[in-house]
Write a protein that binds this ligand. Structure first.
Ligand code: NOJ
Ligand code: CA
Length: 703
């Protein structure tokens, strides 16, 4: 009797002293404050403030698991751990030489009150510029192999913010951005009318993709995304327009499940970046900091570069990827009949190699070199390409020797047409071929519906595939540029050979659709590029007047195309236009020749998503700066203080700007180039045309 009473007493005392379960736990860093608590239903709840302003109102966390459909309530807090972390690290390549990773971490340990008392931890990292958090499923007897049916992470917004969004879609992110209030989000027409060339599957008309960029009415900038997306499906967000609540909506697999996991397991980080100025969103290093350090020990072979390519010809219809017009167009001897417009022929590739060599450009991308392009997408075929068999007019060995002689690398192209299973099977063969013939990098592609059938570009199966490709490429010391993958989440820190992705609506849409609006490139850095570099393929000089696409045009001025080398960061940057179009503007092409692709420092001079952006970057290992300034459809004047230059030194500035009468629509190729001596006391004021931009190189003048 006594023993039983004593035990009851102990439990009661424990409940009273279990203060964590009652009181909210607060974690802070600079202006950012995170509050965590377990509410009356036993649901984990968090909220975020910045400078005492609400960023995320109390929002619940949790899951629907196949074996526990209420894994979001009935929890008790059994303990917390706290730690602080401050480290500065150097990326293999990047926008800055040093990156500081400074946070206060809170881990909450939760246990379900009813049997089998399943465990869940949540780890929060509070940074000066926001919060990242992830779920950790500890190793436990009741939860070994398990299936996630839904993740219920909420982001309850504190207002009806201005939002830059693309529709939720399981298979493509190649959408133009819509700017609207949260309460006005409805993607139905956008998905219906989309020109995205990958398939489109977007069953939820109120879903959006991340990185999601928002601005509050009182000028707070908020960005929601995720970091370190591995072995899990991508997080899209369902928008409840009435309550202004965003809820995680994971991309399903063929049978509707969201993830197959094995404890212990940590989910990707959910990220909320906050700043009271737009520049702060662009300089945030939270996504990279939440990723694991490089898994590649020797990174000396990883080298950022510029490249040209047999590519824009196909985009504009001048030449073709395919060698024959039809898969079955054979002559009397059973040989394929050439259509006379095949782009990847030896002579043409040599022309690009010559051009690259003459202009100190390291890479030449060649698409359409391997057989299969006669029937490559739309038919959901398993084995379209083998990645090693060239068309008869593409001399693999001869071109290897020619490129080597000229000090140029040919960039391999592996279009998978969505058949990831085929690529998985062929990968070793494909990368051995690259090694043998001197290819140091590969551009992959996933146009079309994914095989295994029923899987999606952004589901767990494909997320694992993209990572396998990065790992395999690293094994063969090959650098990677993926087209049509899931959007990046900072994994380039872990796999620095994964230099770039497309994963968004690139310049190419100006060639084969109505194009990108003049504001598009002012939004991309705040959205798509938050997760990592984009292979946007800038540098188109011939803005319109292609005989094959007479009604199409680039929606920028020529000068703005130059600025994009600075404003759209990528360690792989294409000079995408034809050599002959560059030859017609040798003076402007000088900027592309000079601009580097790896940086020691980055300064955001002026920024407003959807309107304008001016960035200055310092070349890696040199005392030279490069500036890009862009505007949307409105003209404006960029005001650029050069106070970041070394005091007391003189620099030569070459300014490439829109001509006075330039305009993206009617007079896009008019530019002027001026040169002046500048110091750290100088301020440049440069007029930008509607849809225009300016580029500046600032090189120290040696006495
Ligand atoms: C779409 C890619 O974005 C483009 O760069 C490529 O040329 C085609 N697919 C063909 O692979
Ligand atoms: Ca694409």
């Amino acid at each position: 009797m006594f023993a039983k009473k004593f035990f009851t007493c102990l439990v009661a005392a424990a409940a009273v002293f279990n203060v964590h379960a009652q009181k909210p736990v607060i974690t802070e860093m600079g202006n950012t404050s995170l509050v965590f608590m377990v509410d009356a239903d036993g649901s984990p709840v968090y909220s975020v403030t910045y400078n005492n302003r609400a960023v995320i109102l109390p929002s619940s966390l949790g899951f629907v698991l196949a074996n526990d459909t209420s894994f979001y309530k009935g929890f008790e807090l059994t303990g917390t751990d706290k730690k602080s972390f401050d480290e500065t690290w150097q990326p293999v390549w990047g926008e800055t030489k040093n990156i500081r990773n400074h946070y206060n971490q809170l881990t909450v340990h939760l246990r379900q009150k009813s049997a089998p008392n399943l465990l869940l931890d949540i780890v929060f990292r509070v940074f000066e510029d926001g919060v990242g958090f992830r779920y950790v499923f500890p190793k436990q007897p009741g939860l070994q192999y398990f299936v996630v049916q839904d993740e219920l992470t909420q982001f309850h917004l504190a207002g009806d913010h201005k939002t830059f969004w693309i529709p939720g879609d399981y298979d493509t992110n190649e959408y133009p951005y819509t700017t609207s209030k949260i309460s006005e989000i409805d993607n139905s027409d956008l998905v219906k009318n989309s020109t995205a060339i990958a398939v489109r599957v977007a069953p939820d008309k109120y879903a959006v993709q991340t990185p999601l960029m928002m601005k509050t009415p009182d000028g707070l900038y908020i960005n929601i995304h995720e970091a370190a997306l591995t072995n899990y499906s991508a997080m899209q967000l369902h928008v409840d327009r009435a309550t202004l609540t965003l809820t995680s909506s994971l991309v399903p697999d063929a049978v509707g499940n969201k993830a197959y996991l094995h404890a212990p397991f940590s989910t990707p980080w959910r990220t909320v970046i906050v700043s009271d100025n737009a520049a702060g969103i662009l300089t945030s290093k939270m996504i990279l900091n939440l990723n694991e350090p490089s898994k590649i020990a020797n990174t000396s072979w990883i080298k950022p570069m510029k490249f040209v390519g047999v590519w824009w010809e196909m985009q504009t219809g001048k030449s073709t990827w395919n060698y024959s017009d039809y898969a079955d167009s054979l002559d009397a001897n059973g040989k394929p009949i050439p259509n006379g417009r095949h782009g990847a022929n030896t002579a043409n590739v040599k022309r690009y190699i010559d051009f690259a060599a003459a202009n100190n450009i390291k890479g030449v991308l060649v698409e359409g070199w391997n057989i299969g392009w006669e029937d490559w997408f739309g038919n959901w075929k398993e084995n379209v390409f083998d990645f090693v068999t060239p068309y008869p007019d593409f001399d693999v060995k001869g071109l290897e020797e020619y490129a080597a002689q000229k000090g140029v690398h040919i960039i391999m192209h592996n279009e998978t047409s969505g058949s990831a299973t085929n690529y998985d099977r062929q990968m070793d063969t494909a990368y051995r071929f690259m090694k043998k013939f001197g290819y140091t990098s590969v551009k992959t592609g996933y146009v079309g519906k994914i095989i295994p059938r029923g899987e999606h570009h952004d589901g767990q199966w494909m997320i694992n595939h993209y990572e396998r490709v990065a790992q395999k490429a690293a094994l063969y010391q090959v650098m990677l540029d993926a087209h049509e993958p899931v959007r990046p989440t900072g994994l380039q820190r872990t796999y620095p050979n994964w230099l770039a992705c497309e994963a968004g609506r690139g310049n190419e849409y100006n060639a084969f659709s109505d194009g990108n609006t003049p504001e598009h490139e002012t939004i991309l850095p705040f959205t798509r590029l938050i997760g990592g570099p984009m292979d946007y393929t800038p540098g188109i000089f011939k803005i319109k007047g292609y005989s094959t696409t007479p009604n199409r045009q680039i929606h920028t001025t020529l000068a703005k195309q130059l600025a994009l080398y600075v404003t759209l960061y990528s360690p792989l940057q294409m000079a995408a236009d034809f050599p002959e179009n560059y030859a017609a503007h040798k003076d402007a092409f000088q900027f592309i020749k000079d601009v580097p692709v790896d940086w020691d420092d980055t300064k955001i001079i002026e920024a407003e998503p959807g309107d304008y952006l001016t960035i200055a970057r310092k070349e890696k290992g040199k005392n030279s700066w490069f500036i890009g300034a862009i505007t949307d459809e409105n003209k404006r004047t960029a005001t650029i203080s050069l106070s970041f230059l070394d005091a007391g030194k003189k620099y030569k500035a070459i300014i490439y700007k829109d001509a006075d009468n330039a305009d993206w629509k009617n007079n896009p190729e008019a530019y002027t180039i001026t040169t002046q001596t500048v110091t750290s006391a100088s301020t440049l004021t440069i007029p930008l045309a509607p849809g225009g931009g300016a580029a500046v190189s600032v090189v120290e003048e040696k006495p």
